[in-house]
Design a protein around this ligand. Sequence first.
Ligand SMILES: *[C@@H]1O[C@H](CO)[C@@H](O)[C@H](O)[C@H]1NC(C)=O
Ligand SMILES: *[C@@H]1O[C@H](CO)[C@@H](O)[C@H](O)[C@H]1NC(C)=O
Ligand SMILES: *[C@@H]1O[C@H](CO)[C@@H](O)[C@H](O)[C@H]1NC(C)=O
Ligand SMILES: *[C@@H]1O[C@H](CO)[C@@H](O)[C@H](O)[C@H]1NC(C)=O
Ligand SMILES: *[C@@H]1O[C@H](CO)[C@@H](O)[C@H](O)[C@H]1NC(C)=O
Length: 294
Amino acid sequence: MSELKTIKTDEEISPVKIKKNKGCLKHSLYEWLTLLSSLFVPLVVGILTVVLPLQQQNISDHQNENSKAIALNNRLQDLKLLQDQQKQVILNTFEHDLCNLLLKYKTVKIYNDTSSSSSPRDDDDDDDNEIKEDDNDDERISFIIRTKTLHALRQLDPARKILLIQLLIDSGIQKRISISRADLSSLIFPPGSFYNQFRFVNVVARDIKLKNVYLYQSNFSYSILDDSSFYESNCSYADFSHASLQRTDWTNTDVTQAIFNFSNLLGAKITSQQLATVHSLQGAILPNGSTAII
Ligand SMILES: *[C@@H]1O[C@H](CO)[C@@H](O)[C@H](O)[C@H]1NC(C)=O
Ligand SMILES: *[C@@H]1O[C@H](CO)[C@@H](O)[C@H](O)[C@H]1NC(C)=O
Ligand SMILES: *[C@@H]1O[C@H](CO)[C@@H](O)[C@H](O)[C@H]1NC(C)=O
Ligand SMILES: *[C@@H]1O[C@H](CO)[C@@H](O)[C@H](O)[C@H]1NC(C)=O
Ligand SMILES: *[C@@H]1O[C@H](CO)[C@@H](O)[C@H](O)[C@H]1NC(C)=O
């Protein structure tokens, strides 16, 4: 019914309007408006549906910038805490494993237990084999400890690296295993420590602080110790052969009878009075760049 009505009204109006607007591409103004509005509205709606959410996003972004920064900061702190806990777990696991492995050593007992080694003297070959087997077992244990040590050292932070080294020293295993090629750079050892006969051979340890540390008879040969400090430490009878000691600080350090053969002391803070007390400087590069003959 309504359709019929509209058709009728169109027929009624059209003759008048067509006559008036014939010049304009044979379409009525109404038709143009209808066309434009039918195009314009969806277009505007389409643009708005895209633009408005973006604008709102921008506004909310600005509003939430602070809270987001705070959330990120919290998350970073959580991650830090988690990493810290993981490192503690690594250190604790290492300590636990070390204790278990130390109990497995055999030669300490054999070498010290004179009664047991002297009583079964029936067969010398058997005894020798036993000792050799035990030596092999002990070598294997040392190898495992060394592997675990290097693995743990790689994952730990400087503070825990020191704790790990302290564990090695306290357990006496430090003299038995080599931690060569470990990276121990930038470690700060607690002043006043006693590390006599400390083995620090063939390690990378740039910029370490060994201040006021007792290092009597310690061995630093073949290590890279550039920019490190031995300030006020006791390095008497220590071995620094073939070590790189560029720009190291030896202020008030006792270097009596220390061995510096083929070491590099270029730019090091060490007095000629101190150098006069050392055991040997054969082939060493002196602070001023000249090479020592004796
Ligand atoms: C084991 O023997 C070594 C020397 O052979 C000695 O210095 C050490 O004190 C002995 N250890 C024990 C627990 O007897
Ligand atoms: C220091 O260690 C090196 C390498 O293990 C060794 O050759 C040297 O004899 C040691 N120095 C001393 C004084 O024991
Ligand atoms: C360094 O240690 C040695 C051996 O214990 C000692 O004889 C010497 O007096 C010490 N040096 C200093 C400056 O205390
Ligand atoms: C470098 O230093 C040493 C010891 O301090 C000294 O004997 C030598 O003459 C110096 N060489 C030069 C070129 O200054
Ligand atoms: C260092 O050099 C001296 C001679 O200058 C020598 O007697 C000594 O054996 C050397 N030490 C080492 C560990 O090579």
